[in-house]
Design a protein around this ligand. Sequence first.
Ligand SMILES: C[S@@+](CC[C@H](N)C(=O)[O-])C[C@H]1O[C@@H](n2cnc3c(N)ncnc32)[C@H](O)[C@@H]1O
Length: 204
Amino acid sequence: MGLYADRVLPRVIDRVCASGIVDPWRERVCAGLAGSVVEIGFGSGTNVPFYPAGVEVVYAVEPSARAWALAAPRLARSATRVVETGGDAESLPLADDACDAALMAFVLCTVPDPARALAEVRRVVRPGGRLHFLEHGAAERAGVLVLQHLLDPLEVRLAGGCHLTRRPLELVRRAGLEVEWHESGRARGPAPWSQFTVGVARVP
Ligand SMILES: C[S@@+](CC[C@H](N)C(=O)[O-])C[C@H]1O[C@@H](n2cnc3c(N)ncnc32)[C@H](O)[C@@H]1O
């Protein structure tokens, strides 16, 4: 891994993702989580302060050692048990039906094969369990969407594989998950990065 990807990018992601702008969205995506949860793309633990008391254990999947180091202060302040659990969304080191829920925040934009990552969610979350998701993606406004397509190749290179134009709701539905509720809207911040979708989908 290069110096930029190893040292710089996790810090930038931590700064951007931990900005207060996202907090209300994190509260919403984490609400209702309970029992054993797999958090995919755990990053620097930006969701940790928002885990509800009913969460017993979090199996955290995150490939970046630097992100784990940045997560340490948040983990130290949390009472929730968090277990470092390998590093690849597309091949989760967990047994079938091992979890009550999965949490993904700003991850479907980045994983190389989101369909495969969501198939893994279906495998490790028990039937009747839930995927809680919070993602940015393709803008509703045509002009912004054009800009996103122009920026996308640069974003992929500079932001660790992140795409601006994926459609998280469609990805979740296409994976066979039953969307129970979702909300899409503009967050504060630059338009190409600010079309957010938050929701919960049931594993059939
Ligand atoms: C934009 S960050 C989001 C971090 C965190 N979920 C948040 O909301 O702040 C995306 C994270 O996904 C991780 N990631 C990238 N590829 C991954 C993969 N194949 N499996 C699991 N995590 C991955 C990155 O290292 C990064 O920490």
